[in-house]
Design a protein around this ligand. Structure first.
Ligand SMILES: Nc1nc2c(ncn2[C@@H]2O[C@H](COP(=O)(O)OP(=O)(O)OP(=O)(O)O)[C@@H](O)[C@H]2O)c(=O)[nH]1
Length: 347
């Protein structure tokens, strides 16, 4: 007896659009819904899973590559089988794709599952209102991603004017006239839109046709380009770990003078400053820098872990510059945190 099926929702969106922020918001406002998540990060250190951990009913995390590249369905099947088995008692599974994933491949992988408890529950696309224009210009294939969405969350509306929000809505409509577009900030999507909407567990016949057609178009597009083109081609992720603390002033000036090609950085930092006892989450998306002050868990090793993602990044240069932020014999002075505080937001 297979029992009831569990909708599997794909949460997609370009690097730094706000997927993890939205997932964390939904996990906090889960309305009693038990949520399992699959977190896929592009870098070898799965920063996303660290940012989601602790709030979720069940999690599988996958790092160092894109889930969309799984050559066969076995990887995905294995993960979904674990999450939807009856004793996990989940109501919904959310797959947070890496910021460079191809949503149509993810959809295909979920829909190919032979587990009768797995039901494709639709695709939610998070769009960064401040970056969308540039991202689309650089990666026109993102338009196709918009076309696959069942719901578009237009995030970071705090960073742009109302006119820009309207313009982006128009632009999004050109690629997808069927999906609702919901403007939000900080990923604060009303959980009812996802969990109470009573989506059909399988797409309705009309939707299915549309989706199949879109997938077929995506395949055609791939073929017409000769090779199977992925958004993440050209992007590299590098990791930096340090047990020795970092000088906040040096790190802030590195982030402000971002190395060429770097688009995204994220992780946790251990600063060495007298009287400073907090762990700092750091995130950059394009020119935007953000720190969040966090607490070290009991017994957690004081360590810096960063992932840096970009195109044509000079890995040696970035790592050398990061190593240059490690505190030497001279500890940083108390005022060294001022730069960090300038970019610190209360969460
Ligand atoms: N100003 C502003 N910043 C936001 C908003 N939503 C998210 N952020 C910040 O943007 C950064 C990236 O957000 P994430 O939620 O990690 O983005 P993501 O899509 O999961 O990123 P990747 O998984 O790396 O692709 C973080 O510093 C967030 O705090 C928003 O609405 N406004």
């Amino acid at each position: 007896m297979a029992g009831r099926s569990v909708p599997v929702v794909i949460l997609a969106g370009f690097l730094g659009a706000g997927k993890t922020s939205m997932l964390n918001h939904l996990l906090r406002r889960n309305r009693g819904v038990r949520i399992g998540v699959v977190v896929n990060d592009f870098g070898a250190i799965n920063i996303d899973s660290m940012m989601v951990a602790g709030q979720v009913d069940s999690m599988v995390s996958l790092s160092n590559g894109c889930l969309c590249c799984a050559v066969d369905t076995e990887d995905m099947d294995g993960m979904l089988d674990r999450l939807v088995r009856p004793d996990s008692d989940l109501d919904v599974v959310v797959i947070e794709a890496s910021g460079l994933a191809e949503p149509h491949n993810m959809i295909r992988l979920v829909r190919a599952s032979e587990n009768p408890r797995v039901a494709y529950g639709g695709t939610v696309l998070v769009v960064d209102a401040a970056a969308f224009g540039d991202t689309l210009a650089q990666h026109p294939e993102i338009g196709r991603h918009v076309g696959l969405a069942d719901l578009v969350v237009l995030n970071k509306t705090d960073l742009v004017s109302d006119e820009v929000v309207l313009d982006i809505r128009e632009l999004l409509r050109e690629f997808n006239s069927r999906a609702p577009v919901v403007p939000v900030s900080e990923g604060r999507l009303d959980a009812a839109l996802l969990f109470d909407a009573q989506r059909p567990t399988e797409p309705s016949p009309g939707e299915q046709l549309t989706l199949d057609r879109l997938l077929a178009e995506a395949d055609d597009a791939d073929e017409s380009h000769g090779a199977h083109h992925h958004l993440h081609e050209g992007y590299t992720a590098l990791e930096f770990t340090s047990d020795a603390p970092l000088n906040p002033r040096a790190l802030v000036s590195l982030l402000e003078d971002r190395p060429e090609g770097v688009y995204r950085a994220k992780g946790f930092v251990h600063f060495a400053v007298p009287g400073q006892t907090r762990k700092f989450e750091v995130q950059t998306v394009g020119p935007h820098i953000r720190f969040v002050s966090r607490r070290w868990d009991a017994g957690e090793e004081r360590r810096t872990q960063l992932v840096v993602i970009g195109v044509g990044v000079d890995e040696h240069d970035v790592l050398t510059r990061l190593r240059g932020c490690v505190v030497g014999d001279e500890p940083a002075d108390e005022n060294a945190m001022l730069g960090v505080h300038r970019y610190t937001v209360a969460m």
